[in-house]
Design a protein. Structure first.
Length: 587
């Protein structure tokens, strides 16, 4: 038992281990902030429900509102725990490092299996407990205060049990899916299949959010007595909503059937996850130790090199571009991040397509509208932002000395390789999609105008994103604390809206004005060239490329000697020096 507990703690640490941060306190902070972040949306929604009910209690019956909000909370909980499962996706099974270090120890395989399952269970408990408890208490007290026909303790307990089972179902289903991918396809094929699965899973999570208003409307219109209940019953959150109705003692025949289905599927997912994991551990350990056999490329190396290099011969730029593309798709961590961004973009596009199809029998497909023209722009914006964020995270931090020893003298050419990778991976494919979209639904002139506009705008955005980049891709240290998304997220949302909506309006206006489209393309090209010259000036002024990010929380104290004074800002140095001269005590 002692060995199992020790292995469980070690495997739990490995789930959140990263070369980007040291061991110990930073990992603990990562777990704590992750738990709070997962519980924040549900808790705030449950708290803000109090304000909504306070305004609506004299205008409408609140019973359907309680049901709709409860279903929304269940859905948000499933989405949150699904994101947690995607984050720890790569650490669920043993890798080569685990097998090489632990495989030689005289420890039975059963204890390794129990240790890993215990670590996964610990992750589920740590993240699901605040996620379920906070919203259950807040929402339970709120609805009973506004007249829900259930006691406070009963309502809180029923909601907590429902959400906990929903989280367990999603978490176990993800582990089961990963076991099946590895057993059925092998490690190499499973890596490719896992990317597809992660994209589809991300699409499904976002689509759940898209269908929430319709689900709430069905519940407000009568719930199980409504003729549209069959549509509601096809969604997984509805199964657990039926379970809550059964635990609360207010279930009818339909809700009771859904509740039984939720319990059966949760138990089945848990048994499948435990059984498949235990049965496949030895096989997966052997595969991890043996590695993946090299696969012959479908193209000859010269053909692939020419495709990555492009028609021009710029050695430094071509090398950086090829390195960026190959690293992006070879690294599991970076590939998963890119897949999540792609899944979110695809989900937004599918949501727009469904909205167009439901309005006027799909008449919006056959005319250049804002929704149609914004689709390639949505994918372009999110994927370009994804590449810009992903290349800032190192792939192999311990191997950065290679780049420092062979730092290119032509720094603008090296940074331009990242821009060319953006053009090759995002701008050109989205331009092709825009062209095909126009040729299928619109006339030839509108299709060409849409494609040209998409390409010019994408090239301009790619130049803007790397305007002040002074480092090679995947070769600089990274500190998560440098991210400013929590303070600048309104600006990011505004930029997304402006790029996808405002420019879609401009695109529609220019589709019938080829002269003005030419002027717009000329202005965007000139602006891009100005950015290129400015970036070249900034890079040439640097003493070297940056390979080390400054730790935002590092404070150099010294030994209270002269180096401690040197670490202070200049203003503080002058103040301390003057105080010492006047023999004043320093606070």
């Amino acid at each position: 038992m002692h060995q199992t507990r020790l292995l469980a703690r070690a495997f739990f640490t490995r789930l959140f281990e990263s070369d980007l941060m040291p061991d110990g306190l930073p990992q603990v902070q990562l777990v704590i902030w992750g738990m709070l972040l997962a519980a924040t949306p549900n808790t705030f929604y449950a708290i803000f429900a109090l304000l909504k009910y306070n305004r609506a209690q004299f205008l409408m019956p609140l019973g359907p509102e309680f049901d709709a909000d409860r279903l929304i909370l269940i859905t948000l909980s499933m989405i949150s725990i699904g994101v947690v499962g995607l984050v720890i996706w790569d650490g669920v099974f043993p890798d080569r490092r685990d097998v090489r270090i632990l495989g030689v120890l005289p420890i039975p395989t059963l204890r390794f299996v129990l240790g890993r399952l215990a670590s996964l269970g610990r992750v589920l408990v740590l993240f699901a407990t605040p996620l379920c408890l906070l919203q259950s208490v807040a929402f339970g007290l709120t609805v009973t205060g506004f007249g829900a026909p259930i006691s406070r303790i009963h309502g809180i307990s029923a909601h907590f049990a429902t959400v906990a089972l929903a989280c367990a179902f999603v978490f176990c289903a993800l582990i089961t899916a990963q076991c099946l991918l590895l057993l059925l396809f092998g490690r190499r094929a499973a890596q490719a299949a896992s990317v597809t699965f992660q994209v589809l899973f991300a699409v499904g999570l976002v689509q759940l959010l898209y269908f929430l208003p319709d689900v709430a409307r069905i519940l407000r219109d009568g719930g199980a007595s409504n003729g549209e209940f069959s549509t509601l019953a096809a969604l997984p959150p509805a199964w657990f909503f039926g379970l809550y109705k059964q635990l609360a003692g207010t279930a009818d025949a339909n809700s009771a059937a859904l509740g039984r289905l939720a319990v059966e599927l949760t138990i089945g997912a848990a048994i499948s996850a435990l059984g498949l994991y235990a049965a496949s551990y030895d096989r997966l350990s052997q595969r991890a130790l043996e590695g993946v056999a090299p696969r012959a490329s479908a193209f000859r190396p010269t053909v692939r090199s020419r495709w990555l290099a492009g028609p021009l011969r710029r050695p430094v730029t071509d090398a950086v571009r090829a390195f960026t593309i190959q690293t992006l798709f070879r690294s599991r961590t970076h590939r998963m991040m890119f897949a999540v961004y792609g899944g979110f973009a695809l989900a937004v596009i599918l949501s727009s397509a469904v909205s167009i199809a439901l309005r006027n029998h799909g008449a919006g497909f056959w005319q250049p509208g804002i929704s149609m023209m914004s689709m390639p722009l949505v994918a372009q914006f999110l994927l370009l932002i994804a590449i810009r964020a992903i290349v800032a995270i190192p792939s192999e931090p311990k191997a950065r000395w290679v780049f420092r020893a062979c730092e290119p003298a032509d720094r603008p050419a090296a940074v331009s390789g990242v821009r060319d990778a953006m053009l090759l991976l995002v701008v050109l494919p989205t331009t092709a999609v825009a062209l095909v979209q126009g040729l299928v639904f619109w006339k030839l002139g509108a299709a060409l105008s849409h494609a040209v506009f998409t390409f010019v705008l994408g090239r301009l955005l790619a130049e803007i994103l790397i305007v002040r980049t002074g480092k090679l891709p995947f070769a600089c240290t990274y500190f998560p604390g440098n991210s400013r998304i929590f303070s600048l997220w309104p600006l990011y949302l505004l930029a997304f809206f402006f790029y996808t909506v405002v420019f879609a309006v401009i695109d529609r206006a220019l589709s019938s004005r080829p002269g003005k489209l030419a002027w717009f393309c000329l202005a965007a090209t000139v602006a891009a060239q100005i950015i290129v010259r400015y970036r070249r000036h900034v890079l040439n002024a640097l003493p070297s490329l940056r390979f080390e990010e400054e730790d935002p929380q590092a404070i150099f104290q010294g030994f209270q000697l002269s180096e401690g004074l040197a670490a202070l800002p200049r203003t503080d140095q002058k103040v301390n020096a003057s105080r010492e001269f006047r023999a004043e005590p320093v606070p």
